[in-house]
Design a protein around this ligand. Structure first.
Ligand SMILES: [Zn+2]
Length: 291
């Protein structure tokens, strides 16, 4: 019986390589932009997501008339005030593509969304800096990130899809957006991917509102949650909300090792008798999340 329970990965990625390896691991493959979404759409993986990662949100607009590339990027990116306007124009011209109208992408893929399991990876990131032209750093305005995030939450709501959320230092905004757009829909579950904010916030906001209805999950990664910077005391999180994840490209040479590492650490944190017990727990959580 134990051997029939597969390993699961609740959040991973893909490059443009044509095949998905390690077919014995059940994988939820997220998309972060249109390139990886197109790759994942052409795979026969069953658990795929559509998302615009906050790090790529500047490439998209919700305005039908976003054709003026320079004015779009000037409105969504924050450059150093020391950079002359002409230099900014030149950087935009040389290093950024024509913006994409997200509403057109959504309209063109309506059939496809019905076959997906997730909207993800989506979210907000206050710490990220975008590098352009090798040396110029700028930030994607939070205002713009909010708009793209909200639009994708509306999409999750429309198609009753679970969301896999990346949040760096926007915890309250992320919560209130979900509260407004997703909490009213009982068919949408929320997976906080590599959550690394406070335990208090987790308990008093996310768990308090969604735990009783089994609508909140935390996908735990080696690189964030078992890292020195980790703020979470995993032992205090209800174990039926925990999912394992790699957040790696499925072709990464460390992919399997990284997933096993999470399983082994969760096994000891929750005092489970052996790896099979851990596999059964995480598979039960995973099945519940997909129900
Ligand atoms: Zn990710």
């Amino acid at each position: 019986m134990e051997n029939t329970v597969p390993l699961v990965d609740a959040h991973c990625h893909i490059d443009n390589t044509a095949t998905i390896p390690n077919s014995d691991i059940v994988k939820c493959i997220m998309a972060t932009n249109l390139d990886d979404f197109n790759t994942v759409s052409n795979q026969n993986n069953k658990l795929n997501g559509f998302g615009i990662h906050p790090w790529y949100s500047h490439l998209f607009s919700l305005n039908a008339d976003c054709n003026d590339k320079v004015s779009h990027y000037k409105s969504v990116l924050h450059f150093s005030p020391n950079l002359p306007d002409s230099k900014i124009d030149q950087i935009i011209e040389n290093s950024l593509p024509q913006p994409t109208n997200l509403n057109v992408v959504i309209q063109d893929n309506l059939d496809c969304f019905a076959t997906l399991k997730f909207i993800g990876e989506i979210g907000l990131d206050k710490s990220f800096s975008l590098k352009l032209d090798d040396s110029i750093e700028c930030q994607i305005k939070l205002d713009h990130q909010f708009k793209i995030f909200e639009r994708l939450c509306q999409l999750a709501n429309q198609f009753n899809l679970n969301v896999s959320i990346h949040d760096v230092k926007c915890t309250m905004y992320c919560f209130t957006t979900c509260e407004k757009l997703l909490f009213p829909n009982p068919n949408v579950k929320i997976i906080l991917h590599s959550y690394n904010s406070s335990m208090d916030f987790l308990q008093n906001f996310w768990l308090k509102n969604l735990y009783d209805d089994k609508r909140i999950y935390l996908s735990i990664s080696k690189k964030i949650n078992f890292n020195k910077s980790n703020k979470l005391n995993i032992k205090l999180i209800p174990k039926d909300t925990i999912l394992p994840e790699t957040d790696l490209n499925v072709h990464d040479p460390n992919y399997c090792e990284s997933l096993i590492y999470v399983y082994e650490h969760l096994m000891s944190i929750y005092n489970l008798s052996d790896l099979d017990a851990c596999k059964r727990l995480l598979y039960a959580n995973f099945s519940q999340m997909l129900e």
